[in-house]
Design a protein around this ligand. Structure first.
Ligand code: KDG
Ligand code: MG
Length: 403
Protein backbone atom coordinates (compact mmCIF):
# COMPACT_ATOMS: atom_id res chain seq x y z
CA UNK A 1 0.00 0.00 0.00
CA UNK A 2 2.71 2.47 -0.95
CA UNK A 3 1.66 6.06 -1.54
CA UNK A 4 2.37 6.89 -5.20
CA UNK A 5 0.78 10.35 -5.48
CA UNK A 6 -0.66 13.08 -3.25
CA UNK A 7 -2.11 16.36 -4.50
CA UNK A 8 -4.54 19.14 -3.64
CA UNK A 9 -7.68 20.32 -5.38
CA UNK A 10 -8.55 23.93 -4.50
CA UNK A 11 -12.00 24.97 -5.66
CA UNK A 12 -14.87 27.29 -4.83
CA UNK A 13 -18.26 25.68 -5.59
CA UNK A 14 -20.18 28.31 -3.60
CA UNK A 15 -17.27 28.79 -1.17
CA UNK A 16 -13.62 27.75 -0.94
CA UNK A 17 -12.53 24.20 -0.19
CA UNK A 18 -9.09 22.57 -0.12
CA UNK A 19 -9.23 18.83 -0.75
CA UNK A 20 -6.38 16.33 -0.50
CA UNK A 21 -6.23 13.19 -2.60
CA UNK A 22 -3.74 10.46 -1.67
CA UNK A 23 -3.27 7.66 -4.23
CA UNK A 24 -1.60 4.29 -3.59
CA UNK A 25 0.26 2.05 -6.02
CA UNK A 26 -2.74 -0.30 -6.21
CA UNK A 27 -4.92 2.63 -7.36
CA UNK A 28 -6.92 2.83 -4.11
CA UNK A 29 -7.20 6.47 -3.09
CA UNK A 30 -8.37 8.45 -0.10
CA UNK A 31 -9.79 11.94 0.26
CA UNK A 32 -9.15 14.44 3.08
CA UNK A 33 -10.52 17.92 3.85
CA UNK A 34 -7.80 20.57 4.35
CA UNK A 35 -10.08 23.62 4.44
CA UNK A 36 -9.28 26.35 6.99
CA UNK A 37 -11.80 29.12 6.41
CA UNK A 38 -10.17 32.41 5.36
CA UNK A 39 -6.67 30.87 5.62
CA UNK A 40 -7.00 28.25 2.87
CA UNK A 41 -3.77 28.99 1.02
CA UNK A 42 -1.65 28.78 4.17
CA UNK A 43 -2.63 25.11 4.49
CA UNK A 44 -2.05 24.58 0.75
CA UNK A 45 1.53 25.92 1.09
CA UNK A 46 2.16 23.85 4.24
CA UNK A 47 1.03 20.65 2.56
CA UNK A 48 2.55 21.21 -0.88
CA UNK A 49 5.91 22.43 0.31
CA UNK A 50 6.48 20.43 3.48
CA UNK A 51 4.19 17.41 3.74
CA UNK A 52 3.12 15.86 0.45
CA UNK A 53 6.63 15.31 -1.00
CA UNK A 54 7.55 13.41 2.19
CA UNK A 55 4.53 11.09 1.87
CA UNK A 56 5.50 9.56 -1.47
CA UNK A 57 6.71 5.98 -1.04
CA UNK A 58 5.39 5.65 2.55
CA UNK A 59 3.12 2.77 3.52
CA UNK A 60 -0.44 4.20 3.60
CA UNK A 61 -1.53 1.60 6.14
CA UNK A 62 0.79 3.05 8.83
CA UNK A 63 -1.61 5.80 9.87
CA UNK A 64 -0.36 6.09 13.44
CA UNK A 65 3.29 6.33 12.40
CA UNK A 66 2.55 8.90 9.70
CA UNK A 67 0.57 11.00 12.20
CA UNK A 68 3.53 11.15 14.59
CA UNK A 69 5.95 11.67 11.72
CA UNK A 70 3.99 14.81 10.76
CA UNK A 71 3.34 15.99 14.36
CA UNK A 72 6.52 15.21 16.30
CA UNK A 73 8.66 15.13 13.20
CA UNK A 74 7.82 18.72 12.22
CA UNK A 75 9.27 20.01 15.53
CA UNK A 76 6.78 22.96 15.27
CA UNK A 77 3.74 21.36 16.91
CA UNK A 78 0.07 22.25 16.99
CA UNK A 79 -1.63 25.36 15.58
CA UNK A 80 -4.55 25.48 13.12
CA UNK A 81 -2.48 25.37 9.91
CA UNK A 82 -0.28 22.45 10.97
CA UNK A 83 -3.20 20.52 12.41
CA UNK A 84 -5.49 21.13 9.39
CA UNK A 85 -2.71 19.72 7.19
CA UNK A 86 -2.20 16.66 9.43
CA UNK A 87 -5.98 16.17 9.63
CA UNK A 88 -6.33 16.07 5.85
CA UNK A 89 -3.63 13.40 5.55
CA UNK A 90 -5.15 11.40 8.39
CA UNK A 91 -8.70 11.49 6.93
CA UNK A 92 -7.40 10.40 3.53
CA UNK A 93 -5.42 7.52 5.08
CA UNK A 94 -8.42 6.28 7.11
CA UNK A 95 -10.46 6.43 3.89
CA UNK A 96 -7.83 4.26 2.16
CA UNK A 97 -7.65 1.79 5.06
CA UNK A 98 -11.43 1.37 5.16
CA UNK A 99 -11.59 0.93 1.38
CA UNK A 100 -8.78 -1.65 1.53
CA UNK A 101 -10.72 -3.50 4.26
CA UNK A 102 -13.87 -3.19 2.13
CA UNK A 103 -15.68 -1.64 5.10
CA UNK A 104 -17.52 1.61 5.78
CA UNK A 105 -15.37 3.65 8.14
CA UNK A 106 -17.70 3.28 11.14
CA UNK A 107 -17.12 -0.49 11.03
CA UNK A 108 -13.37 -0.06 11.18
CA UNK A 109 -13.77 2.27 14.17
CA UNK A 110 -15.74 -0.35 16.11
CA UNK A 111 -19.22 -0.49 14.61
CA UNK A 112 -22.47 1.31 15.27
CA UNK A 113 -23.30 2.72 18.70
CA UNK A 114 -26.54 4.20 17.32
CA UNK A 115 -28.81 3.99 14.31
CA UNK A 116 -28.80 7.68 13.47
CA UNK A 117 -27.06 10.90 14.35
CA UNK A 118 -29.05 13.83 15.78
CA UNK A 119 -28.23 17.15 14.11
CA UNK A 120 -28.97 20.77 14.91
CA UNK A 121 -29.88 23.41 12.37
CA UNK A 122 -29.14 27.13 12.28
CA UNK A 123 -32.18 29.36 12.72
CA UNK A 124 -31.37 33.02 12.30
CA UNK A 125 -33.50 36.14 11.96
CA UNK A 126 -32.92 39.86 11.65
CA UNK A 127 -35.20 40.11 14.70
CA UNK A 128 -36.96 37.73 17.13
CA UNK A 129 -40.01 37.30 14.87
CA UNK A 130 -37.81 36.38 11.88
CA UNK A 131 -35.95 33.87 14.01
CA UNK A 132 -39.19 32.28 15.25
CA UNK A 133 -40.31 31.80 11.63
CA UNK A 134 -37.04 30.00 10.91
CA UNK A 135 -37.50 27.76 13.95
CA UNK A 136 -40.98 26.86 12.71
CA UNK A 137 -39.62 26.07 9.23
CA UNK A 138 -36.86 23.84 10.63
CA UNK A 139 -39.18 21.96 12.98
CA UNK A 140 -41.33 21.23 9.89
CA UNK A 141 -38.18 19.85 8.19
CA UNK A 142 -37.83 17.37 11.06
CA UNK A 143 -35.14 18.97 13.24
CA UNK A 144 -35.35 18.23 16.99
CA UNK A 145 -32.60 20.73 17.82
CA UNK A 146 -32.06 24.29 16.61
CA UNK A 147 -29.41 26.93 17.17
CA UNK A 148 -31.11 30.31 17.51
CA UNK A 149 -29.40 33.62 16.76
CA UNK A 150 -31.22 36.92 16.17
CA UNK A 151 -30.29 40.47 15.33
CA UNK A 152 -29.93 42.77 18.35
CA UNK A 153 -31.60 46.22 18.28
CA UNK A 154 -28.91 48.89 18.01
CA UNK A 155 -26.20 46.58 16.57
CA UNK A 156 -26.06 46.90 12.75
CA UNK A 157 -24.68 43.41 11.99
CA UNK A 158 -24.62 40.40 14.24
CA UNK A 159 -22.75 37.11 14.21
CA UNK A 160 -24.52 34.18 12.61
CA UNK A 161 -27.36 36.14 10.99
CA UNK A 162 -27.67 36.24 7.19
CA UNK A 163 -27.51 39.66 5.52
CA UNK A 164 -30.96 39.22 4.01
CA UNK A 165 -33.96 37.21 5.27
CA UNK A 166 -34.03 33.66 3.86
CA UNK A 167 -30.38 33.79 2.67
CA UNK A 168 -27.67 31.46 3.93
CA UNK A 169 -25.28 32.82 6.52
CA UNK A 170 -21.70 32.86 5.21
CA UNK A 171 -18.93 34.05 7.55
CA UNK A 172 -16.21 34.60 4.88
CA UNK A 173 -18.28 37.07 2.89
CA UNK A 174 -15.75 39.60 1.54
CA UNK A 175 -12.36 39.52 -0.13
CA UNK A 176 -10.82 41.45 2.77
CA UNK A 177 -12.21 41.43 6.33
CA UNK A 178 -15.50 43.33 6.73
CA UNK A 179 -15.86 45.42 9.92
CA UNK A 180 -18.65 44.55 12.37
CA UNK A 181 -19.78 46.46 15.45
CA UNK A 182 -20.40 44.89 18.84
CA UNK A 183 -22.12 45.94 22.07
CA UNK A 184 -22.01 43.42 24.91
CA UNK A 185 -24.64 45.22 26.97
CA UNK A 186 -27.21 45.39 24.15
CA UNK A 187 -26.60 41.71 23.38
CA UNK A 188 -26.88 40.56 27.00
CA UNK A 189 -30.14 42.43 27.47
CA UNK A 190 -31.64 40.95 24.31
CA UNK A 191 -30.76 37.24 24.30
CA UNK A 192 -32.98 36.13 27.22
CA UNK A 193 -35.97 37.74 25.40
CA UNK A 194 -35.20 35.63 22.34
CA UNK A 195 -35.21 32.40 24.34
CA UNK A 196 -38.34 33.37 26.24
CA UNK A 197 -40.13 33.92 22.91
CA UNK A 198 -38.93 30.59 21.44
CA UNK A 199 -40.06 28.58 24.50
CA UNK A 200 -43.35 30.48 24.62
CA UNK A 201 -44.16 29.59 21.00
CA UNK A 202 -42.64 26.11 20.63
CA UNK A 203 -42.79 24.65 24.13
CA UNK A 204 -40.23 22.55 25.98
CA UNK A 205 -39.54 19.62 23.66
CA UNK A 206 -37.24 21.18 21.08
CA UNK A 207 -33.51 21.40 21.97
CA UNK A 208 -32.21 24.98 21.89
CA UNK A 209 -28.59 25.97 21.33
CA UNK A 210 -26.85 29.35 21.12
CA UNK A 211 -23.41 30.46 19.93
CA UNK A 212 -21.82 33.44 21.69
CA UNK A 213 -18.80 33.30 19.35
CA UNK A 214 -16.22 34.17 22.02
CA UNK A 215 -17.57 37.69 22.72
CA UNK A 216 -18.00 37.80 26.48
CA UNK A 217 -15.77 38.00 29.53
CA UNK A 218 -16.15 35.16 32.08
CA UNK A 219 -18.40 37.14 34.43
CA UNK A 220 -20.59 38.29 31.51
CA UNK A 221 -20.84 34.68 30.33
CA UNK A 222 -21.87 33.67 33.83
CA UNK A 223 -24.62 36.34 33.76
CA UNK A 224 -25.89 35.08 30.40
CA UNK A 225 -25.79 31.43 31.50
CA UNK A 226 -27.88 32.28 34.58
CA UNK A 227 -30.31 34.47 32.63
CA UNK A 228 -31.16 31.68 30.17
CA UNK A 229 -31.43 28.90 32.77
CA UNK A 230 -35.27 29.03 32.74
CA UNK A 231 -35.18 28.12 29.03
CA UNK A 232 -32.96 25.02 29.64
CA UNK A 233 -30.58 25.24 26.70
CA UNK A 234 -28.95 22.16 25.20
CA UNK A 235 -25.77 24.27 25.22
CA UNK A 236 -24.24 27.72 25.28
CA UNK A 237 -21.32 27.69 22.86
CA UNK A 238 -17.97 29.51 22.94
CA UNK A 239 -19.12 31.97 25.58
CA UNK A 240 -15.57 33.29 26.12
CA UNK A 241 -12.29 33.08 24.19
CA UNK A 242 -10.80 29.87 25.59
CA UNK A 243 -7.04 30.38 25.53
CA UNK A 244 -7.37 30.74 29.30
CA UNK A 245 -9.08 27.47 30.24
CA UNK A 246 -9.35 28.65 33.85
CA UNK A 247 -12.05 31.18 32.75
CA UNK A 248 -14.52 28.32 32.67
CA UNK A 249 -14.15 27.71 36.40
CA UNK A 250 -15.82 31.03 37.11
CA UNK A 251 -18.62 30.48 34.56
CA UNK A 252 -19.29 26.98 35.89
CA UNK A 253 -19.54 28.20 39.47
CA UNK A 254 -22.45 30.44 38.50
CA UNK A 255 -24.64 28.53 36.09
CA UNK A 256 -26.12 25.13 35.27
CA UNK A 257 -26.45 26.00 31.55
CA UNK A 258 -24.40 23.33 29.67
CA UNK A 259 -21.26 24.67 27.99
CA UNK A 260 -19.77 23.72 24.60
CA UNK A 261 -16.37 24.80 23.34
CA UNK A 262 -13.61 23.89 20.92
CA UNK A 263 -14.41 24.71 17.30
CA UNK A 264 -11.10 26.62 17.16
CA UNK A 265 -9.16 24.07 19.24
CA UNK A 266 -6.84 21.66 17.49
CA UNK A 267 -5.24 19.56 20.22
CA UNK A 268 -6.06 17.43 23.24
CA UNK A 269 -3.92 19.88 25.23
CA UNK A 270 -6.44 22.66 24.53
CA UNK A 271 -8.99 20.61 26.48
CA UNK A 272 -7.03 19.08 29.35
CA UNK A 273 -7.91 21.48 32.18
CA UNK A 274 -11.45 21.97 30.88
CA UNK A 275 -12.09 18.24 30.97
CA UNK A 276 -10.20 17.30 34.11
CA UNK A 277 -12.02 20.00 36.07
CA UNK A 278 -15.40 19.15 34.52
CA UNK A 279 -15.91 22.75 33.41
CA UNK A 280 -17.51 21.89 30.03
CA UNK A 281 -20.14 19.53 28.64
CA UNK A 282 -19.44 19.26 24.88
CA UNK A 283 -16.32 19.17 22.70
CA UNK A 284 -16.58 20.83 19.27
CA UNK A 285 -13.28 20.23 17.42
CA UNK A 286 -13.99 18.89 13.93
CA UNK A 287 -12.03 16.00 12.43
CA UNK A 288 -10.49 18.31 9.82
CA UNK A 289 -8.95 20.67 12.40
CA UNK A 290 -8.15 18.40 15.33
CA UNK A 291 -5.65 16.03 13.76
CA UNK A 292 -8.12 13.75 12.03
CA UNK A 293 -9.64 10.57 13.42
CA UNK A 294 -6.36 9.50 15.02
CA UNK A 295 -6.24 12.49 17.38
CA UNK A 296 -9.91 13.47 17.80
CA UNK A 297 -10.81 9.98 19.02
CA UNK A 298 -8.24 10.44 21.81
CA UNK A 299 -9.92 13.73 22.76
CA UNK A 300 -13.34 12.01 22.71
CA UNK A 301 -12.03 9.19 24.93
CA UNK A 302 -10.61 11.66 27.45
CA UNK A 303 -13.90 13.59 27.37
CA UNK A 304 -15.83 10.37 28.03
CA UNK A 305 -14.09 9.97 31.40
CA UNK A 306 -15.78 13.21 32.52
CA UNK A 307 -19.28 12.63 31.06
CA UNK A 308 -18.48 15.11 28.29
CA UNK A 309 -19.98 14.38 24.87
CA UNK A 310 -19.18 15.26 21.26
CA UNK A 311 -20.93 18.06 19.36
CA UNK A 312 -18.79 18.50 16.28
CA UNK A 313 -18.54 21.75 14.43
CA UNK A 314 -20.31 21.37 11.07
CA UNK A 315 -20.56 24.71 9.24
CA UNK A 316 -20.51 25.01 5.45
CA UNK A 317 -16.81 25.88 5.59
CA UNK A 318 -15.97 22.28 6.46
CA UNK A 319 -16.35 20.30 3.24
CA UNK A 320 -18.64 17.30 2.75
CA UNK A 321 -15.47 15.19 3.20
CA UNK A 322 -15.20 16.35 6.82
CA UNK A 323 -18.96 16.00 7.34
CA UNK A 324 -19.04 12.51 5.81
CA UNK A 325 -16.19 11.32 8.05
CA UNK A 326 -17.93 12.97 11.02
CA UNK A 327 -21.13 11.02 10.37
CA UNK A 328 -19.10 7.77 10.59
CA UNK A 329 -17.38 8.97 13.77
CA UNK A 330 -20.70 10.10 15.30
CA UNK A 331 -22.28 6.74 14.46
CA UNK A 332 -19.48 4.96 16.32
CA UNK A 333 -18.35 7.19 19.20
CA UNK A 334 -19.87 6.03 22.52
CA UNK A 335 -20.17 9.55 24.01
CA UNK A 336 -21.95 11.21 21.08
CA UNK A 337 -24.03 14.32 21.80
CA UNK A 338 -25.09 16.08 18.62
CA UNK A 339 -23.78 17.06 15.15
CA UNK A 340 -24.01 20.57 13.70
CA UNK A 341 -25.62 20.72 10.26
CA UNK A 342 -25.44 23.69 7.90
CA UNK A 343 -26.51 22.34 4.50
CA UNK A 344 -23.96 22.84 1.72
CA UNK A 345 -24.99 24.55 -1.52
CA UNK A 346 -26.14 22.33 -4.43
CA UNK A 347 -22.86 23.27 -6.22
CA UNK A 348 -20.81 21.98 -3.27
CA UNK A 349 -22.86 18.78 -3.03
CA UNK A 350 -22.35 18.14 -6.77
CA UNK A 351 -18.56 18.52 -6.51
CA UNK A 352 -18.46 16.12 -3.52
CA UNK A 353 -20.66 13.06 -4.27
CA UNK A 354 -21.46 11.41 -0.91
CA UNK A 355 -23.57 8.66 0.59
CA UNK A 356 -24.56 10.13 3.98
CA UNK A 357 -28.24 11.08 4.08
CA UNK A 358 -30.29 13.60 6.01
CA UNK A 359 -33.66 12.37 7.21
CA UNK A 360 -36.01 13.66 9.87
CA UNK A 361 -33.47 15.81 11.71
CA UNK A 362 -30.78 13.11 11.66
CA UNK A 363 -27.89 11.92 9.51
CA UNK A 364 -27.82 8.32 8.38
CA UNK A 365 -24.44 6.78 7.64
CA UNK A 366 -23.81 5.06 4.28
CA UNK A 367 -22.37 1.61 3.59
CA UNK A 368 -19.85 2.53 0.89
CA UNK A 369 -16.33 1.36 1.85
CA UNK A 370 -14.30 4.29 3.22
CA UNK A 371 -15.87 7.51 4.49
CA UNK A 372 -18.24 7.59 1.55
CA UNK A 373 -17.29 11.00 0.09
CA UNK A 374 -15.54 11.53 -3.24
CA UNK A 375 -14.59 14.55 -5.35
CA UNK A 376 -15.50 15.21 -8.99
CA UNK A 377 -12.21 16.78 -10.03
CA UNK A 378 -13.36 17.94 -13.46
CA UNK A 379 -16.36 19.73 -11.96
CA UNK A 380 -14.21 21.20 -9.15
CA UNK A 381 -11.96 22.82 -11.78
CA UNK A 382 -14.92 24.86 -13.01
CA UNK A 383 -14.99 26.75 -9.70
CA UNK A 384 -11.67 28.59 -9.23
CA UNK A 385 -10.53 29.74 -5.78
CA UNK A 386 -11.58 33.25 -4.75
CA UNK A 387 -9.98 34.99 -1.79
CA UNK A 388 -12.51 35.34 1.05
CA UNK A 389 -12.07 36.59 4.61
CA UNK A 390 -13.82 36.31 7.95
CA UNK A 391 -14.92 39.68 9.38
CA UNK A 392 -13.37 41.56 12.29
CA UNK A 393 -15.38 42.96 15.18
CA UNK A 394 -15.05 46.31 16.94
CA UNK A 395 -16.75 47.72 20.04
CA UNK A 396 -18.81 50.86 19.46
CA UNK A 397 -15.79 53.01 20.45
CA UNK A 398 -13.61 51.33 17.81
CA UNK A 399 -11.72 48.85 20.03
CA UNK A 400 -10.93 45.65 18.14
CA UNK A 401 -12.91 42.85 19.81
CA UNK A 402 -13.23 39.07 19.53
CA UNK A 403 -15.06 37.78 16.48
O1 KDG B 1 -20.89 26.97 13.17
C1 KDG B 1 -20.45 27.59 14.14
O2 KDG B 1 -20.71 27.32 15.30
C2 KDG B 1 -19.55 28.71 13.90
O3 KDG B 1 -19.20 29.39 14.84
C3 KDG B 1 -19.12 28.96 12.50
C4 KDG B 1 -17.80 29.70 12.40
O4 KDG B 1 -18.01 31.06 12.57
C5 KDG B 1 -17.17 29.47 11.07
O5 KDG B 1 -17.03 28.11 10.85
C6 KDG B 1 -15.81 30.17 10.98
O6 KDG B 1 -15.14 29.71 9.87
MG1 MG C 1 -19.58 28.31 16.70
Amino acid sequence: MKISDAYLIVSSPGRNFVTLKIVTESGTYGIGDATLNGREMAVVAYLEEHVLPALIGRDASRIEDIWHYLYRGAYWRRGPVTMAAISAVDLALWDIKAKAADMPLYQLLGGKSRERVMTYAHCTGRDIEGCLDEVERHIALGYRAVRVQAGVPGIPTIYGVAKREGERYEPADAELPAEHVWSTEKYLNHVPKLFAAVRERFGDDIHLLHDVHHRLTPIEAARLGKAVEPYHLFWLEDCVPAENQESFRLIRQHTTTPLAVGEVFNSIHDYRELLENQWIDYIRTPLSHGGGITHVRRIADLAGLYHVRTGFHGPTDLSPVCLGAAVHFDTWVPNFGIQEHMPHTPETDAVFPHDYRFEDGHFLVGETPGHGVDIDEALAKQYPYKRASLPVNRLEDGTLWHW
